[in-house]
Design a protein around this ligand. Structure first.
Ligand SMILES: C=C(O[C@H]1C=CC=C(C(=O)O)[C@@H]1O)C(=O)O
Length: 444
């Protein structure tokens, strides 16, 4: 097994103080790359800068390797967090497939990368908090406290500028032509009808040349305003300028103590022009046999995948989740574990759910690999955080893009079952680009 590589292991020193909340965009611009942000509906907004420790791993054991690295890192700590939201947490994610980061634009992204930010601003319900973490040679309480005072000064005098406009798109290129898509969907549907597969999720990528530099914090602010119920994430793998970011409606798993929360999310329709049309579309989605079947395969599989870990599992009622650009079938699922577990045990067991992979998993993954003409990288893979207790929260990184200042590659996929129609599925892919595309296209 490859061990996670990290900065030299030694005591972690972490200090936090309360500060006057800076404007998010101003703080983001003031702090050096690589930056990380995490923002979930039931969590504080975290803005991280630099790395006190970085864990990377690759191959089939990447989940276990990151867990071992996290255990080492959190093994001995001198932590004064002040508030729970600012406790030391590792933020990061995994590649969808092993070997899935080989090609462009994924070069800077390892197959697993987690970072304990060097400097962290936490915007919580109980105020704003500034944290400095250190591991290794400079992990001395006096040095950390000195740095904390410097960072507080850096963030105190920030002025807020007007929000820059969306960059605009100069040109786009698709990885998949309409004809190639039709052929791939028909081939997948034939395999499903032949009994070789039950479901597979095929995706496309859309490359966009940006007309101006991509305004990072402004884009994150806009996504937060438009998708408050989604998990928003932003990961810079190094200081060279690449980023993977998005706003996903799909939680993979959250673990606190022995309580697990997860979602089955699959089955999609559009938004209406009026509230009545929205209602009509939602009703039609709830009654549509193809979408319900596509959804139930996910809900059933998530329950089965949790079973070996759980003392009890309960699923809520299937309902419609309405987002700014689409509506989905959604079943909330909760479980109580029969023993203590690390969140990464659950991440490994659940990834990929049939909402982004398929069934049976091996055949679906092989089909994805053989069909899609691009590397998924971190698209549709787990992103989130881990703490010292083994608790954590992970989302499925859909509605996402990997970008530099001048180019973004967007990803979107659809679940295929026996009666999927290639043209309808094409239209659904275009809808799923909207959350990111809307933030890159010029203001009208
Ligand atoms: C794979 C994606 O969406 C998944 C999540 C919700 C609904 C889905 C669907 O209806 O096909 C997909 O399974 C994506 O947005 O790229």
């Amino acid at each position: 097994m490859e061990r996670a590589r990290s900065s030299p292991a030694s005591t972690l020193v972490s200090r936090t103080i309360g500060i006057d909340a800076p404007a998010f965009a101003a703080a983001f611009d003031a702090l050096p790359a690589p930056r990380t942000t995490w923002n979930a509906p039931d969590d504080a907004l975290v803005l991280g800068s630099g790395a006190a420790a970085t864990l990377t791993a690759s191959g089939p054991d990447r989940f276990a390797a990151i867990r071992a690295g996290a255990d080492d890192l959190f093994d001995s700590g001198d932590v004064h967090a002040g508030t729970e939201a600012a406790r030391p947490r590792l933020f990061g994610g995994f590649a969808f497939h092993e070997g899935g980061c080989d090609g462009d634009p994924w070069g800077p992204f390892p197959e697993a990368r987690f970072v304990l930010p060097r400097v962290q601003v936490t915007f919580a319900d109980n105020g704003a908090w500034l944290t400095v973490n250190a591991v290794g040679d400079d992990a001395r309480p006096d040095a950390v406290e000195e740095r904390l005072a410097e960072e507080r000064d850096r963030l105190a005098g920030l002025s807020t500028a007007d929000r820059p406009p969306r960059p605009g798109i100069a040109a786009t290129r698709r990885t998949t032509s309409r004809e190639a898509w039709r052929e791939s969907v028909e081939a997948a549907v034939d395999r499903i009808r032949g009994g070789d597969l039950r479901k597979v999720v095929l995706a496309q990528a859309l490359e966009a040349d940006l007309a101006a530099e991509f305004p990072r914090p402004a884009t994150l602010d806009r996504l937060a305003e438009k998708y408050p119920d989604c998990h928003r994430y932003y990961f810079e793998p190094d200081a060279a300028g690449s980023v993977f970011f998005g706003a996903t409606p799909e939680r993979l798993v959250a673990l606190r103590g022995r309580t697990v929360e997860t979602d089955a999310l699959a089955g999609t329709t559009g938004r209406g022009e009026t509230p009545a049309e929205d209602e009509w579309l939602a009703r039609e989605l709830l009654d549509d046999a193809k979408n319900v079947h596509e959804h139930e395969l996910v809900a059933e599989t998530v329950r089965e995948q949790l079973e070996p870990f759980a003392a009890s599992i309960s699923a809520g009622e299937r309902r419609v989740r309405r987002l700014a650009t689409v509506q989905h079938l959604h079943t909330p699922i909760t479980a109580e574990l029969s023993a203590d577990r690390h969140v990464l045990d659950l991440v490994e067991a659940l990834h990929p759910t049939p909402a982004v992979g398929g069934l049976p998993p091996d055949r679906a993954l092989e089909t994805i690999h053989d069909t899609e003409p691009f590397d998924r990288g971190w698209y549709a893979a787990p992103v989130g955080w881990i703490d010292a207790a083994g608790n954590g929260a992970f989302a499925v990184a859909i509605r996402s893009a990997v970008a530099t200042a001048s180019r973004a590659t967007l990803f979107a996929g659809v679940g295929l079952v026996a009666d999927s129609d290639p043209d309808r599925e094409w239209d659904e892919v275009q809808l799923k680009y909207r959350p990111i595309l809307d933030e890159l296209e010029a203001d009208r």
